[in-house]
Design a protein around this ligand. Structure first.
Ligand code: JFZ
Length: 423
C-alpha cells in the first residue's frame, strides 16, 4: 500500500517536540531581547517616606511591607506623559533586540494593561488613562519587533488571594486555587486575545503552583496562540525553554534552549539611586558569552514614572546595536561553536562558518586556533568589508591565522573560519 506522506507529516506535527521546535525557531535566531520592568514602583523609585528601601526597585512594596491601602494610592499619581512607544520600540531595534518583554502585571498586582478583572489597572485607576500595551502592540507590529508579556502568575501583593502579601492578608486563609482559576487564567486570556500575536509569555516565581495548574496555564497559552512561547518559570519544569537565574550565565554550553534575564545596572524596576551601569564592553561580552553557550540574552531597562528610559541605558543599548550592525552575523541564528573553554575566545557557528570571537587580540596578530588545519578552507575578519583572506598555517596544535596586529574591534574582534567542504 502506498505510504500516505500527508498522514506521516500530520503525525510528525502532532509530536509535541516538533510543535515546540516550530515555536522556538524565531526565538533561537533572535538571541537578544529587551526586558522592560515598568509599573507603579517607578514612582517611589527606591524611596519610601523619606527612607531608602534597599533591593530591586519593583520589590519596594514587599521590602517596606507597604499596606495595600497606601501603595494603591500611587495609581492616582501615575501619569507617564513622556511615554513614547515608538521611541521604545525604535530603541530595541537600534540595539539589535529582536523581541520585547514588558511587565503586564508584576508582583505588586498593578495591571499595566486594560483588564476587566480589576479596576486596579493603568486605564481605570490613573490619570494617564491609556493602555500602553495596546500602543506597544501597534508599534511592535509596525517596526517588526515581537511583543511579549511578563506576567506574575502567583505573587500578587494586592489581590487578597494572591501569593506573597502576609502583612495585609493571612496567607493561611487565601483561596490561591480560586485566584488562578478566576483571575490569572482570565487575564492570560485577555493578554492573548486583545493585543494581537504575542511572541511569548514570561511567567515568574511559580510559587505554590501545582503541576496541574502549570500544565493548564501552558495549555491555555498554546490553545489561544499556538505559536506563543512560554518561558521556564511557569513552574513544575514546564515551558518551551529554560530560564537561568537572574544575571546568571552557565559556565559552559547548555544543551537545551535557555535564556539569561539580566539587568543593565542592579535593579529591574527604576531606582533613582542606582547608577551602577554595566559598561558597553561588559554587556557585549555577556551577549557573546551567552550566545556562544547556546542561550538568549534578555537585557532589561527600567523606565521612570514619567515614561522615560534612563539615558545611560539608551547609550549602552545604542552602542551594542552599533557593534551588532557590524558583527550581528556572528550572533543571530547561531549555535555554540566548536571552540569552548578558552579564555581569550568565544565561538559561535552557523552553516559552514565558525565565528571566532577574539576577546583578547594577540599583540602580533597571530591567532592560534585549536582546529584541524584541513577543516578550514579560509579565514577573514568579519568587520572587513572586502573579506580579504588571511593566511592560515597548520601547526602541531591546529592552525594559526595571521591577522593584523591591530584588533579590528576594541571590544570583540570576530574572525570567520570557513569550514572546508569535507569538514
Ligand atoms: C524575579 C522577580 O521577583 C524580579 O522582580 C524580576 O522580575 C526578575 C526578572 O524575576 O526574580 C527572580 C526570580 C527567580 C530567580 C531569581 C530572581 N531565580 O530563579 O534565581
Amino acid at each position: 500500500m502506498a505510504h500516505d506522506d500527508g498522514a506521516i507529516r500530520e503525525a510528525m506535527w502532532q509530536r509535541p517536540e516538533a510543535r515546540r521546535d516550530a515555536r522556538l525557531e524565531w526565538w533561537r535566531a533572535a538571541r537578544f531581547g529587551m526586558f522592560i520592568h515598568w509599573g507603579l514602583y517607578a514612582i517611589p523609585a527606591g524611596q519610601w517616606k523619606g527612607q531608602t528601601i534597599p533591593g530591586i526597585g519593583e520589590w519596594i512594596m514587599h521590602r517596606a511591607r507597604i499596606p495595600v491601602a497606601e501603595y494603591e494610592k500611587l495609581a492616582e499619581q501615575f501619569n507617564p506623559t513622556q511615554f513614547d512607544p515608538a521611541a521604545w520600540v525604535s530603541l530595541a531595534k537600534r540595539a539589535g533586540q529582536k523581541y520585547l518583554v514588558i511587565t503586564a502585571k508584576h508582583h505588586d498586582g498593578f495591571c499595566m494593561f486594560d483588564t476587566e478583572l480589576t479596576s486596579y489597572n493603568i486605564v481605570d485607576a490613573t490619570p494617564f488613562g491609556r493602555d500602553p500595551m495596546k500602543e506597544l502592540a501597534a508599534e511592535c507590529a509596525r517596526q517588526g519587533v515581537r511583543l511579549c508579556f511578563y506576567y506574575s502568575q502567583t505573587q500578587d501583593w494586592h489581590h487578597p488571594n494572591g501569593d506573597g502579601n502576609d502583612w495585609d492578608y493571612d496567607e493561611a486563609t487565601k483561596d490561591f486555587d480560586g485566584y488562578i482559576e478566576e483571575y490569572v487564567k482570565p487575564q492570560v486570556r485577555e493578554l492573548l486575545t486583545n493585543y494581537g500575536p504575542i511572541g511569548l509569555i514570561w511567567f515568574d516565581t511559580p510559587k505554590r503552583l501545582s503541576v496541574a495548574q502549570s500544565r493548564s496555564l501552558l495549555d491555555l497559552v498554546h490553545t489561544l496562540q499556538p505559536a506563543c512561547l512560554v518561558n521556564g518559570r511557569l513552574g513544575n519544569a514546564l515551558g518551551d525553554y529554560a530560564e537561568a537565574g537572574d544575571n546568571r550565565i552557565p559556565d559552559g554550553v547548555v544543551d537545551v534552549d535557555w535564556e539569561t534575564p539580566a539587568t543593565i545596572n542592579d535593579t529591574w524596576g527604576f531606582r533613582s539611586d542606582d547608577h551602577n551601569w554595566k559598561s558597553v564592553p561588559e554587556l557585549i561580552h555577556k551577549l557573546v558569552d551567552i550566545t556562544s553557550k547556546g542561550g538568549n540574552y534578555l537585557l532589561n531597562v527600567g523606565p521612570t514614572a514619567e515614561g522615560v528610559i534612563p539615558q545611560p541605558s539608551v547609550e549602552r543599548l545604542v552602542a551594542m546595536g552599533e557593534w551588532l550592525q557590524v558583527n550581528g552575523e556572528s550572533i543571530y541564528g547561531t549555535c555554540p561553536g566548536p571552540i569552548q573553554g578558552l579564555a581569550p575566545y568565544r565561538s559561535t557557528a552557523k552553516d559552514d562558518r565558525v565565528y571566532l570571537h577574539v576577546l583578547d587580540w594577540p599583540r602580533d596578530g597571530r591567532i592560534a586556533v585549536p582546529l584541524p588545519a584541513d577543516s578550514i578552507s579560509r579565514a577573514y575578519v568579519l568587520a572587513d568589508p572586502s573579506q580579504a583572506s588571511l593566511s592560515v598555517q597548520a601547526t602541531s596544535e591546529g592552525l594559526t591565522v595571521a591577522a593584523p596586529a591591530t584588533p579590528p574591534d576594541a571590544i570583540d574582534s570576530v574572525v570567520v573560519l570557513v569550514r572546508s567542504g569535507d569538514a
